[in-house]
Write a protein that binds this ligand. Structure first.
Ligand code: I3S
Length: 126
């Protein structure tokens, strides 16, 4: 809505704060590290940027940002065994990187789910 510019976005360009963690890097399971990130969905890329100086995203990540190529990625609600948190999305890229994306805000995570499904061509499920 116009009164809430931070949350105003379309499926083509969307941005805001999400909790994220990598769980797999190049097909190899890595230790979770949930971190609050500034997320920007633009075209077929999802850019994740740290909100603090110590932000680190995965094992071989030195820069305070990470770009996810959404071409050929799958998006779905994560199963309960993936996390004890609510509202968790699982994003798998075509290169074998797996991320979990989460927000405590039900409406906000649903908006992101819809946008990511639309971008990747994945079916939207309840
Ligand atoms: O899937 P896991 O290993 O139970 O994930 C939890 C751990 O990463 C935990 O940190 P430690 O590595 O210090 O145990 C985190 O604090 C938890 O948040 C992780 O689980 P959730 O269910 O929050 O995704």
């Amino acid at each position: 809505s116009p009164s809430s510019p931070k949350h105003q976005s379309t499926d083509q360009e969307k941005y805001g704060v999400l909790n994220v963690t990598k769980i797999t890097e190049n097909g190899k399971k890595i230790r979770k590290n949930w971190t609050s990130s500034w997320a920007v969905l633009q075209g077929s890329s999802l850019l994740l940027q740290g909100t603090g100086a110590s932000w680190k995203f995965g094992g071989n990540q030195s820069k305070p940002e990470f770009t996810v190529d959404l071409k050929g990625a799958t998006v779905e609600w994560a199963s309960k065994d993936k996390s004890s948190k609510k509202n968790v999305l699982e994003l798998k890229t075509h290169t074998g990187t797996e991320l979990l994306i989460q927000s405590d805000n039900d409406g906000w995570i649903r908006e992101w789910y819809t946008a990511l499904c639309n971008t990747t061509g994945n079916p939207i499920r309840e």
